[in-house]
Design a protein around this ligand. Sequence first.
Ligand code: XUL
Ligand code: MN
Length: 346
Amino acid sequence: MATKPDYRFSFGPWNISEGADPYGPPTRPPQPFDWKLGKLKELGFDAMMFHDDDAVPDIDAKSPEQVRKEAKELRKKLDDAGLIAEIVAPRLWFSPMTIDGAYTSNDPKARRYAIDRSLQCVDIARILKCDLIVLWLAREGTYLRESKNCRRSLEYMVKAIDQMLDHDPKIRIAVEPKPNEPMDHAYLPTIGHALAVAPLTRDPKRVGCLVETAHAILAGLDPADEMEFAMAMGKLWSVHLNDQNGLKFDQDKPFGSNNLRQAFNQVRVLERNRYGSRGECVAFDVHSFRSTKIEHAVDHLANSRSTFLRLVHKVRSFDEAAAQKLIADRNYQALDQMVIEHLLGK
Ligand code: XUL
Ligand code: MN
């Protein structure tokens, strides 16, 4: 069998968080960016993910020159640490300008703000030597069906993507769909929706997607199938591995925490499609439990990586020939038990 790629791992500064939820304040002190970067390196990760304002905090209050200067300082920091920026994502859901949506707001000034900020995000990515922009379209959806128009919203999103593609001929865009939260309904809730947008843009080959485990589960879909569907089209440019216990708030649990078999199947499709061999990273969009003490503030990241690597081993040691025999015999009962016993181990 051909050798499989070694994986490169990443996470974002927001994945070391303080434990606040809508019902209570933080439970851990905030840590400075340099501390997080140090931990990333120490845990054996290779890359960091950024929102535009993770890279340049308080971005809206800064001049374009200042933003460029700070982005260059960050790039130096990453270079010195031997790390890369995996993605940059415009954080379009925090500003008072995007209360009623960003690209799809009913207010033309808000739509302009969202596009300008996205173009600036592309500039930051270029400075960080990163060619992948992730769009989690947090507020592109509705609280109230009658307040917006699906067709017009789709046109606005395509227009925004086109402007980003025009702005930099090298940039690629990965849409990260999520069906709900913060909105009641998102306009691009699944990978099928995200990938259907690509041919509407002016450079379809530069528009792909990112699958997040929890988001697929929230859409009632199987994350492994979402990933393999995207890979069949050559469009899976990143993943946010985590876990989710059914239809509730977005939990971002450690990878494998809720459903080890579903985690195994995600690793299995990544392996069999040689995910990572074209430079893709394995990112963990996970959060600590609120009860976590500061001394364990990065354990969920180390644990997710360790579970992933254990599952790579499980996938590689799975007896495919035996499985194929059972499939040919339509003995799915035995196949089911074979998977369970393999995961349980000796
Ligand atoms: C939100 C989410 C985001 C994106 C990056 O649910 O997953 O953190 O991954 O903007
Ligand atoms: Mn995510």
